[in-house]
Design a protein around this ligand. Structure first.
Ligand code: CA
Length: 225
């Protein structure tokens, strides 16, 4: 099974440490943040598969962080709190949290609940074993936003990744530069069509698509696997 990434946002270091220990022992990749702001930045830099989020943080409240994350990312969040009353629990769940664990907790129970939530989330999003797919000598792992070529991870910017995936998913279709600009960069992007050319050149080089990602002179590009 793939290693799943857990981000723990918890200011009480002993609690963060015990959670980290428990999840690492079970084969998860764990990162810890000790403030809401730090946690938010870490989640943006490297989106985890799940966030364990403390309710009471020194800078922001856990509910604020939860809302900031769920506005931007589709990822499960489990709130941790010392509070046990029903209103808080409902408030936490309304703010976008997927589950709620009350401190003190049983470490095995936390791990078991996280596994359940990840499975439920994978199913709800159609992720599963099939989300790792192959295209020529490329392996795409969409959950990780990663593409591997002959087992080696390609270093792609987010745009390069989006563009590469777009071609891989639409083989044998010709796309003009302006359509690609709209689809990958969005309608309000201020750059011009040379941006597309530059990115196509880069993904050709990085993913070894010199012969398969072809230029249709005067029109645009086509991926021919
Ligand atoms: Ca706390």
């Amino acid at each position: 099974m793939d290693e799943r990434k857990i981000l723990i946002i918890e200011d009480e270091k002993p609690i963060a440490d015990i959670l980290k220990y428990g999840f690492e022992k079970e084969g998860f990749l764990v990162k810890c943040a000790h403030t809401g702001g730090e946690g938010f930045v870490m989640a943006c830099q490297e989106p985890p598969d799940l966030v364990l989020l403390d309710w009471m943080l020194p800078d922001l409240s856990g509910v604020d962080v939860c809302q900031m994350l769920t506005e931007r990312y589709k990822l499960p969040i489990v709130m941790l709190t010392a509070r046990g009353n029903v209103e808080d629990k409902l408030y936490g769940l309304e703010s976008g949290a997927d589950d709620y664990i009350t401190k003190p907790f049983d470490l095995r129970e936390v791990v078991a609940r996280v596994r359940t939530i990840l499975r439920r989330f994978d199913r709800a999003n159609g992720n599963g074993e099939e989300e790792r797919w192959q295209c020529g000598d490329l392996t795409v792992v969409e959950r990780e936003h990663s593409v591997y070529r002959q087992g080696e991870l390609l270093s792609l910017t987010p745009r390069e990744y989006d563009l590469l995936l777009f071609f891989l998913k639409h083989p044998r279709q010709v796309f003009t530069r302006s359509v690609l600009l709209d689809r990958i960069w969005g309608y309000d992007f201020a750059g011009d069509t040379r941006t597309v050319d530059i990115h196509v050149q880069r993904i050709r080089k990085k993913a070894g698509l010199d012969e398969t990602l072809v230029t249709i002179f005067g029109v645009g590009y086509k991926y021919v696997p």
